[in-house]
Write a protein that binds this ligand. Structure first.
Ligand SMILES: Nc1ncnc2c1ncn2[C@@H]1O[C@H](COP(=O)(O)OP(=O)(O)OP(=O)(O)O)[C@@H](O)[C@H]1O
Ligand SMILES: [Mg+2]
Length: 594
């Protein structure tokens, strides 16, 4: 006769539950790998719509798998489901089960996802989740890196040619020799500029190509004596075959490729721990958390982010305070002075001009999480039940919580519990930047702001409110959007011509005098409402005047409705080779990428 869960010994249910979590984790890993592996075929067949669909499918998969595991664990544990003693055993058994895995860190995060679902743990609880890893982090030595070495036999062109003949690529090149020669030229120029005219000893190339949108990337480093020079070769698959579209040789360029504003890569290479450490050598300034996230391991990236936060709290006595810039009407945003992240808490209520709800805000953040972020939308990680000492908060911030976020933040005498927050990279708000930066930097930012709006449009997104306070500038000087409450699909808005004004007075009024639907937009007004000083407004109109034309927006909408996957290059045009080599692609437009 089958025994019910209540009859089984505690150690028996602990074993069953730990195994159920492991089975779920393995299913998740298999599915993650199989979706990532599809990328090579998508690229070879130029199936961009399929590539984008895979990206969303992979993002959605995690919580679906956790749902299933949660169900099994609840059934297995029955009335012992919240028994902490049983959970301590489950954790111990599980720790033993994953000890020899090379993806143990992801396995620990997976376990935490399950246990936090069941307990809604406030703060963290080392008894039932892996706050720190149970295992020593293995040393990173040459043998553990995921590089494949290519010797320089004759010349740099031949070396590049060998690199380009990558096993992972499943389509032919248009003209391999030509591209190898052009790319080799760029690499040699770079070495000369960097004062490294010596001979390249060899190249180390990461064993699998990285795929995202319409692009494939080969990453690695040149070994020149004692020095390492990171590089990325950006490939496109045109109708006439693969071409090398760009060569990136600068740590900053490669870092931009891996930006927190871009969608995740699909790479068929494991284990993640070693891949992340290999990438870190190419981008030493990028955090481990961001590298995991860029590879699609966003939940583990979140674990790393949280560990970074704990270290910062432990190592400094910095306090949380309101983030510099224009305070949000729907969000309370706070940070620590030297930290590179901000925390965003949804206010309990919004002023009347914000016709949305806390649920609506979450929907917008979810849209951004699942959508192509086009290098222009900051990725936010969602945290629940964060617990801090009250003393770590500036009184002004505590007041703000008490006044406006009673439903999300519990302020106790000793502790503050933030029940829901988005944590994202901190950037310099564009409104502050244009006021404080030297003229040249302010001008460059305004030009890139226009480009950001265009890139978002090309990806199918309209940011809603085109105001500098909703955009920020990254350390690489790129303008990105972080305010999502009015953001939507570009096809959900109606871009309209301004009606003829009834009188001159009407023309000058800031309030629209004719009926305006909530999603009606008047591009002709965009630059007037930006609040930029006149010289900067001129800069915008000169560099991106189309943004103020209805026809531009209607054309974008038509292309998005035709499901066209538009080009978005995650690098500066000066890094491109293609225009020099082959001119525009056969279909008349520059060949697409990224
Ligand atoms: N990632 C970030 N880095 C730096 N500062 C930020 C970031 N996100 C938000 N801020 C700061 O917090 C303010 C409010 O954030 P946000 O615009 O997201 O909130 P909101 O309530 O939606 O704003 P709004 O009232 O414009 O709708 C911004 O104006 C900016 O000063
Ligand atoms: Mg804002």
């Amino acid at each position: 006769m089958a025994r019910s869960a209540g009859d089984l010994s505690a150690s028996r249910v602990a074993n069953l539950a730990a195994n159920a979590v492991l089975v779920g984790f393995e299913a998740y890993r298999d599915e993650f790998r199989s979706i990532s592996r599809r990328a090579a075929g998508r690229f070879a067949r130029r199936d961009w719509a399929g590539a984008l669909a895979d990206a969303t499918e992979r993002l959605d998969m995690y919580s679906g798998v956790i749902d299933g595991v949660e169900r099994v664990v609840r059934e297995t544990l029955a009335d012992r489901v919240t028994d902490r003693v049983v959970w301590a055993s489950i954790k111990a058994v599980y720790s033993g089960l994953i000890a020899r895995r090379d993806d143990w860190e992801l396995a620990e995060t997976f376990f935490n996802s399950v246990s936090r679902r069941i307990f809604a743990t406030v703060g963290v609880d080392g008894g039932i989740e892996f706050v720190d890893s149970d295992f020593e982090t293995p040393p990173v030595d040459a043998g553990s890196l995921l590089f494949h070495a290519h010797e320089l036999r004759t010349d740099v062109t031949e070396l590049v040619e060998t690199i380009l003949r990558h096993d992972g690529l499943q389509a032919p090149y248009q003209d391999l020799r030509r591209d190898a020669r052009l790319a080799a030229g760029r690499l040699t120029d770079h070495l000369e500029r960097a004062g490294l005219p010596e001979r390249i000893d060899h190249a180390e190339v990461i064993e699998a190509p990285f795929y995202r949108r319409k692009g494939a990337y080969l990453l690695g480093r040149l070994v020149v004596g004692e020095r390492f020079v990171p590089f990325a070769l950006a490939l496109l698959n045109t109708e006439c075959g693969i071409v090398v579209d760009a060569v990136l040789t600068d740590e900053n360029d490669i870092s931009i490729l891996f930006s927190f504003t871009r969608s995740h890569f699909h790479v068929d290479l494991d284990p993640p721990y070693r891949l992340v450490r290999t990438l870190k050598l190419l981008m030493p300034r990028k955090s481990i958390a961001e590298l995991y996230i860029a590879l699609g391991h966003h939940k583990h990236g979140k674990t790393e982010l949280y560990r970074d936060l704990l270290h910062r709290l432990h190592d400094t006595d910095e306090r949380f305070r309101l983030a510099p810039g224009t305070p949000g009407m729907v969000m309370i945003v706070f940070t620590m002075p030297a930290s590179d992240v901000v925390f965003k808490v949804i206010r309990d209520r919004f002023p009347a001009i914000k016709p949305t709800t806390p649920g609506g805000i979450r929907e917008s953040y979810r849209l951004v999480f699942r959508h192509d972020r086009a290098g222009r939308l900051v990725e936010a990680q969602e945290f629940e039940h964060l617990q801090f000492d009250r003393a770590r908060f500036e009184p002004e911030l505590v007041e703000e919580f008490l006044r406006d976020a009673d439903q999300t933040v519990d302020v106790g005498p000793e502790e503050v519990v933030v029940h829901h927050a988005y944590v994202e990279r901190r950037v310099t708000p564009l409104d502050l930047h244009v006021r404080q930066a030297p003229d040249q930097a302010a001008t460059a930012a305004v030009v890139d702001f226009g480009q950001a709006v265009k890139d978002l449009a090309a990806s199918g997104i309209f940011p809603g409110e085109l105001l500098p306070k909703n955009f920020g500038v990254t350390r690489h000087g790129r303008v990105v959007c972080y305010d999502y409450d009015e953001l939507g699909l570009v096809t959900d808005f109606s871009f309209r011509q301004l009606p003829e004004a009834a009188s001159d007075d009407d023309d000058l009024s800031d309030e629209a005098w004719f009926g305006v639907g909530p999603r009606d937009l008047f591009p002709e007004e965009f630059s007037r409402f930006l609040g930029l000083p006149p010289p900067l407004r001129d800069v915008l109109e000169r560099s991106h005047g189309e943004l103020c034309q209805v026809a531009f927006w209607q054309e974008v909408q038509a292309r998005v409705r035709r499901h066209e996957i538009m080009d978005l290059f995650p690098y500066d045009p000066s890094r491109r080779l293609l225009s020099a080599a082959a001119g525009p692609a056969p279909d008349g437009r520059p060949a697409g990428t990224a």
